[in-house]
Design a protein around this ligand. Sequence first.
Ligand code: SAM
Length: 319
Amino acid sequence: TDTSSQDNAIRETNDDAVTSKLSAVNTGYIQDEYVKYFVRRPTKRPPIINRGSYVRNAGLDILITKFLEGGGENVKKQIVSFGAGSDTRYFNFKAASRKFHKYFEIDFPEITLKKVAIIQKHKDLSDLIGNEIQLGKGGTEIYAPDYCLISGDLREWEENIVSHLEEHHGFDRSIPTLFLSECVLIYMDPIDSNKIVQWVGNNMIAAMFIVYEQILPNDAFGSVMLQNLRFRNIELRGIHAYPDLQSQKDRYLSRGWTHAEAADINEIHDNHIDPNEISRISKLEFLDELEEWHLLAAHYCIAWAYIIKDMSTKSLFDH
Ligand code: SAM
């Protein structure tokens, strides 16, 4: 099949992601006032999927909070969200008065066009961006003082995207920056995704990278997972290059990053989430398929890494 039909299939994964998030919100796992605006047909997901959404979201929140709080709130910081899709993190951060200098989101124009329209339609959302909203590129982009939504293909990061961000939208290589990929880089050929990892490592003074994605493609569960996606014309192109926690870490360490860690969703659930929260979510739904849950959770991981060039920024990541 050709690239464009594969790209279409990849874009459709955004609907899955946001529908699952809303299911977790509506069942009480996650608090998020804004996801509902991005879902046309709410669908209830099984308990293990809701629990997975919760742990993913809570785990990412812990890491992002550490980044935002590291070195003190007065340090200027940027967030770059790759393949942000219908992600609502920016709106939640604004509503909670979290401090950051600028939040950049990038996705294909077909996706950002819809996001712009939804933001314009709901005052709840546009109010959080503020009055100084400008639209660009045929309504596929938003430029605002602390928010920037950009349309483009991440496979052209260096040629097109980074220069666009720098020349017009205030992307700053010299301030600490968090790069976030939630189920995005895994769809790309590792040659293309690693160009981004390498570029960040070479060009930023202080950066953190956070990836949430599938692992373990080769066992029975993993094969079925890949097969189900293949039926929908979707390939996880990166999964064979980074099939486990060690290779996920080596991806950064082998490119000169200072520090890298990776944990699967079972480990995050057991060791990183507040036990009160675990007890709260355990009461939401009856989870009778424990074995199935552990298998599913073993096939998703969060990997995080940072690189520091200027030692004065070291305290950012000291925890
Ligand atoms: N990060 C969001 C989340 O977790 O809810 C969306 C995840 S969705 C599974 C994957 C997203 O990555 C889609 O919105 C898709 O359009 C985007 N994406 C994949 N490859 C891309 C590329 N080469 N350039 C831009 N966006 C891409």
